[in-house]
Ligand binder design. Structure first.
Ligand code: GLN
Length: 382
């Protein structure tokens, strides 16, 4: 059997959500909003299901949805996309990342990654035959330093995977950082897979900059309706990039999932047309929740890292005077009534910093209960 998967455990998100459900504790672990997205989008999906057709949509996605994706990115990020040649609908962003790696990598090619990284990247790079070159980012700002990044590139580099806004770091890449990476990609003939699923979840008026806007010809940008509309279980993703990249990308996509449920595609077509105020409210709502959780935890003596994007914030355990590893404290926190995600699961190399990720896309009452449970776990650990 394949050795990459044989050596792999179950994803930490699944483990924590299962534990939270079994123990009936507050779940601040796996990243999903406690409340489903807008009712009118759900109704659009219900109508689309009842009215049909529910047969295979085109392999690249429904034309109307691909047009809506192009129009959305044009309106929100100033990016002009040819919907027929540059937009593909996928079954979630994870499928898009897998298809992109399978499509772009030849066994032995080097892939530059940055740790901490979303847990799906590394196994998929390895499974595709890529050789990972991992650059470590350092808290609290997780900046991309030219010297360390440049040292990871070689004449074998073919792909670079980035994620902005970043899960789990909650950092947002600047145009300068993207520009520096773009220069390195050009110099080495590499393609960038840019996971931008959190593009609408940025705080304090920070503007999301897409890698597609910085390096138009060599970037495959990945987006997610689940994140935009708080419907994470729908698994509707978008992959956008130059025709040469898209042509190669769809070869992998066609034999992975082939297509994505048509009822959900039609509902997302409707959703993408939402007025700007919807996205502003989404951000404002998450920012309020972030501030509520951070305020409650700081009041209890926790030290947290900055959270500028995505709906996560991390506790610095050592600075919070908790002398336990992230995994041990996560287990301990379950006993006190709350599930969270230890960051060590996002590292490829030893000695990760001791951080615990919390998802704040929850109701006030859940955030308050979570903060109380964490405070009680901290008191008993000190
Ligand atoms: N993106 C989600 C998170 O970071 C997890 C998604 C999943 O479990 N596959 O928590």
């Amino acid at each position: 059997m394949n050795s990459v998967y044989a050596a792999l455990g179950t994803t930490v998100f699944e483990i924590m959500s299962r534990l939270a459900a079994e123990r009936g504790v507050v779940n601040l672990g796996q990243g999903f909003p406690e409340e489903d997205g807008p009712r009118d989008i759900l109704e659009a999906a219900a109508r689309a299901t009842l009215n049909g057709p529910n047969q295979y949509p085109p392999m690249r996605g429904l034309p109307a949805l691909r047009e809506a994706v192009a129009a959305h990115y044009h309106a929100h990020q100033g990016i002009a996309l040819d919907w027929q040649r540059e937009v593909t609908i996928t079954s979630g962003a994870t499928e898009a990342i897998a298809a992109a790696l399978l499509a772009f990598i030849e066994p032995g090619d080097e892939v530059v990654l940055f740790e901490p990284m979303y847990d799906a990247y590394l196994p998929m790079v390895r499974r595709a035959g890529g050789v990972p070159r991992v650059v470590r980012l350092e808290p609290p700002h997780w900046r991309f330093e030219h010297e360390t990044v440049a040292a990871a590139f070689s004449n074998k580099t073919r792909v670079v995977v980035i994620n902005t806004p970043h899960n789990p770091c909650a950092s947002v890449m600047s145009r300068d950082e993207l520009g520096m990476l773009a220069e390195l990609c050009r110099a080495h003939g590499a393609i960038c897979i840019s996971d931008e699923v959190w593009e609408h979840v940025v705080f304090e008026g920070v503007a999301h900059v897409s890698m597609l806007d910085v390096m138009r010809d060599r970037t495959l940008k990945i987006g997610s309706a689940g994140k935009m509309f708080s419907l994470t279980g729908w698994k509707v993703g978008f992959a956008c990039g130059a025709p040469e990249l898209t042509e190669q990308f769809v070869k992998a996509h066609q034999f992975l999932t082939f297509t994505t449920p048509p009822n959900l595609q039609r509902a997302v077509t409707y959703a993408l047309g939402k007025e700007r105020a919807y996205f502003d409210n989404l951000r404002a709502g998450f920012q309020r929740s972030r501030d509520r959780l951070v305020g409650a935890l700081e009041g209890e003596g926790f030290v947290l890292l900055p959270a500028k994007g995505a709906y996560f914030v991390s506790i610095d355990l050592a600075a919070s005077r908790i002398a336990m590893s992230d995994v041990a404290f996560a287990q301990h926190a379950i006993e006190h009534g709350v599930a969270a995600i230890p960051l060590s699961g996002f590292y490829a190399n030893p000695d990760p910093p001791n951080l615990l990720r919390l998802c704040f896309a929850k109701k006030d009452e859940t955030l308050d209960r979570g903060a109380e449970a964490l405070a009680s776990a901290r008191r008993s650990a000190m």
